[in-house]
Design a protein around this ligand. Structure first.
Ligand code: ADP
Length: 437
């Protein structure tokens, strides 16, 4: 009997040690273990024994039932000893979080981070903070540094109530910047607080660009639409019985609808290009026949503008890696612009230089028109940017041609350069990298 009790006691002792280790380890695994099949079966065993005794079914029945349940419990799935030991070792070797200092933690944060005390005085700034706010250092009073009312209010509330708070904050000097700033207490003591600045400037810039783009596109569409609507009204009213006026107005309406269609085509081209800005063009394209094809297509426009287009493309193939359709769009835009805006020069020249960009190919489109004042040149590829809006509209321009050219060339790893002397014409040069393979 004693030996049996000792054995049982020994077993219990082992179980207790195991449970204690689990508690020291992870509470969650303890819960899982308590719910494991073995515990459920053990409970069932006790239940059956009790019922058997109660019903006086006999000691023998109770023993048989208990043995059967024990056998099942013994074979119930359990984690291997090695697994449990490995888990315990990993747990024991993991360094406690306390050894990470506040400085190390702050340095690992990529956003500007400031730690301050209950007086609002800075006690630590991380590297990103030193870069973003050079004047902010240990000892600086935050309410004196950030005088904007929303910052003052947030600091005061954080210090008074110890509640985490966030606000939008912007600075105009030295450049306009937007931040989402949050202030939170560290721990429960109310002695230290942390402030983090999330820079939102880029997101705001993109939002603004998108809003400007939509406003510009809507404006460009609304102008011809308003004109068409006005003429419809006139045709139904005062000009109802005037065939000459009707003919003239219908002509204007047609021009306006063509303009709207061009604008929509250009907008769709841009959005298609934006969806695939980094696709590598797989085709090999010979620029010689491609440019000659574009020149043929533009001959009517050139004649209408009184311009002669001359090309010196040489006899060798001009092979670049590219998408044929997109490259046609590039040279259509450049030649069309040269004919439209350089018409007073009477001559547009296309030439090729193979020496450019480490054996790549440079193709230039040169006109002898009024040229482009220097200050406009860097902005020509912006959407809807025109040197003179009325001239562009008069030439059925949308202000999107060169933006499309730039997008296509970026996708081709090529680039555009513009040179011009006012009064002497303009040269648009496309620099293609060598076609590899
Ligand atoms: P648009 O549809 O107005 O022609 P682009 O994006 O093609 O738009 O060109 C932008 C602006 O660049 C034009 O409105 C025009 O002011 C100027 N531009 C382009 N090409 C020339 C050129 N060859 N000579 C003078 N100005 C030009």
């Amino acid at each position: 009997m004693t030996s049996t009790r000792d054995g049982t006691g020994g077993h219990r002792g082992g179980r207790t040690a195991e449970v204690r280790m689990d508690i020291r380890g992870v509470g969650e695994s303890m819960k899982q273990r308590l719910l494991s099949a073995r515990w459920v079966l053990a409970a069932a065993l006790a239940g059956i024994a009790l019922v058997a005794a109660e019903a006086r079914a006999g000691y023998g029945f109770a023993v048989v039932a208990a043995v059967a349940v024990l056998i099942v419990a013994a074979f119930a799935p359990r984690r291997s000893l090695r697994e449990r030991r490995a888990e315990r070792d990993a747990e024991a070797n993991r360094p406690p979080l306390g050894w990470i200092t506040a400085e190390k933690l702050a340095a690992a944060v990529s956003d500007p981070l400031v730690i301050f005390d209950s007086q609002g005085t800075v006690i630590h700034v991380n590297g990103a903070s030193a870069v973003a706010f050079p004047g902010l250092s240990v000892g600086t009073s935050l309410p004196l540094r950030f005088r904007a009312p929303e910052m003052q209010e947030m600091i005061a509330k954080a210090l008074a109530h110890g509640q985490p708070l966030s606000i939008d904050y912007s600075e105009k000097v030295p450049v306009e910047r937007f931040f989402r700033v949050s202030a939170s207490p560290v721990g429960d003591g109310g002695d230290w607080f942390v402030m983090i600045f999330k820079d939102q400037s880029e997101i705001r810039r993109i939002d603004r660009m998108r809003a400007d783009f939509i406003a510009n596109a809507s404006h460009e569409l609304r102008t011809p639409l308003a004109s068409v609507a006005g003429f419809i009204e006139t045709l139904r009213g005062p000009a109802k019985n005037d065939p000459a006026a009707r003919e003239q107005f219908l002509q204007i309406m047609q021009t306006q609808t063509v303009r709207m269609a061009r604008l929509i085509d250009d907008l769709l081209s841009l959005s298609r290009l934006e969806m695939k800005p980094y696709l590598d063009p797989a085709e090999r394209v010979d620029l010689g026949p491609l440019i000659e094809g574009v020149m043929d297509a533009l001959r009517p426009l050139a004649e209408e503008s009184g311009v002669r287009i001359e090309a010196d493309l040489g006899s060798d193939p001009l092979v670049v890696a590219g998408s044929r359709d997109e490259l046609i769009q590039v040279f259509e835009n450049l030649l069309e612009n040269a004919c439209k805006y350089g018409r007073s020069g009477g001559l547009v020249e296309v030439s090729v230089n193979r020496a450019g960009q480490q054996n790549g190919i440079d193709v230039s489109v040169l006109d002898h028109g009024p040229g482009i004042p220097e200050e406009h040149i860097p902005r020509l590829t912006e959407r809807f940017y025109r040197v003179d809006v009325e001239t562009s509209r008069g030439q059925k321009g949308t202000g999107l041609g060169l933006a499309i050219v730039k997008h296509i060339l970026t996708r081709h790893k090529a680039r555009l350069s513009v040179a011009s002397r006012p009064g002497e014409g303009a040269t648009f040069t496309v620099h293609f990298p060598p076609a590899i393979g």
